[in-house]
Ligand binder design. Structure first.
Ligand SMILES: Nc1nc2c(ncn2[C@@H]2O[C@H](COP(=O)(O)OP(=O)(O)O)[C@@H](O)[C@H]2O)c(=O)[nH]1
Ligand SMILES: [Mg+2]
Length: 337
């Protein structure tokens, strides 16, 4: 499953596009019969340059708009992520201005070609071509902010994980180092895809598996559901909100051994925060690293949560993981019901 931004354009900035257009136009040679009158030769030469520079710009601008996915076609998950990264309003406005610029350049091209045809002498044709170049530069210079925004958005959005938003998705959450990635690797039958969110430098794993004929996607959430929610910036909060469109159930991993570097109390706080954001999405608190945890530590988690007999795993050795996965998928299907 391709994510919608995977072929998002990487546009040239204004200066680069101007240089490219003029360079290509200069190199365009036309064969003109030697005995052609001098003024006609000049006209053909300038006409060729104008057409070439204009069309390069028109084609490039057109591609930028055509290759950026339409916001209204996006699944809410990807729309929210895009909103968190660049702001979909900004994206829409930038695309609208690029489209308008394309129309303007088309008109300028037509007008200046007509003027060249009417030119009476050699210098006039060159002057019209220069005027066209000037107008073209000024249109593009005004567009630089918009091109920069698309470029930046593309760089971030192209790396997003490929997820089928309609599929059955189980999200794995928990503090850093509790064993989330180990768990995803254990339960994936195919090699997990590695991608990134624009909000964290850590890598996201997307695992795939087939559970009794049901295709399940399982995703890691590094940097998202691993700290208290109030410590989040706006983009991160929005990214967490986006997860809600995707997650059919959530496995929340707690490491009672505290070897992850997070105390039981801290982890329970993160868990409570995550539950609050995830609202009605079924969630399943589970214990990992029970090979390193004492009875007392396990009991402490259970007392804090007011729950008994939490599922226990050793994700490092893939012990107890299947049971947890089956529970999470059951909860997800109940929720879909
Ligand atoms: N002893 C033990 N170590 C584990 C277990 N699960 C994960 N680890 C180790 O804990 C560290 C963090 O695991 P990782 O899956 O990267 O955690 P993540 O940050 O939550 O994705 C790694 O060094 C793992 O080898 C477990 O069940 N037992
Ligand atoms: Mg990890």
């Amino acid at each position: 499953m391709e994510q919608p931004f995977s072929s998002m354009p990487d546009p040239l900035r204004s200066r680069e596009l101007i240089d490219l257009a003029f360079r290509r136009a200069r190199k365009r040679e036309v064969k003109i019969p030697r005995r052609t009158p001098k003024d006609l030769k000049a006209k053909i030469k300038e006409e060729t340059r104008i057409t070439s520079a204009g069309n390069i710009v028109i084609n490039r601008l057109h591609k930028v708009v055509a290759e950026t996915p339409r916001i209204s076609d996006l699944h809410p998950f990807y729309r929210e992520v895009a909103d968190a990264v660049v702001g979909v309003d900004n994206l829409r406005k930038a695309l609208a201005r690029i489209k308008r610029a394309e129309t303007i350049v088309k008109r300028l091209l037509k007008d200046h070609l007509r003027m060249v045809k009417r030119a009476r002498e050699v210098h006039e044709a060159a002057r019209i071509r220069k005027a066209f170049y000037g107008r073209l530069s000024s249109v593009l210079k005004k567009l630089d902010k918009d091109l920069a925004l698309i470029k930046e958005a593309g760089a971030k959005l192209r790396k997003l994980p490929s997820i089928d938003p309609e599929g059955l998705t189980v999200v794995v959450a928990g503090a850093p180092n509790v064993g989330k990635s180990c768990f995803v690797k254990c339960v994936s039958t195919a090699k997990p895809d590695i991608a990134s969110y624009p909000f964290t430098t850590r890598q996201v794993l997307v695992g795939h598996l087939d559970l009794g004929g049901v295709r399940v996607q399982i995703i890691d959430t590094p940097g998202l559901l691993d700290r208290p929610i109030y410590k989040r910036n706006r983009a991160e909060q929005q990214a967490i909100a986006a997860l809600r469109h995707l997650a059919k159930s959530v496995i929340f991993m707690i490491d009672p051994s505290e070897t992850s570097g997070y105390t039981i109390k801290e982890q329970v706080n993160i868990y409570r925060g995550a539950v609050e954001v995830l609202k009605d999405i079924p969630h399943l608190p589970v214990l990992n690293k029970v090979d390193l945890a004492s009875e007392r530590q396990i009991k402490e988690v259970e007392d804090e949560l007011g729950l008994r007999n939490l599922p226990k795993m050793v994700a490092l050795r893939c012990l107890g993981v299947k049971e947890v996965l089956v529970e999470a998928v059951k909860a997800a299907r109940r929720g879909e019901g």
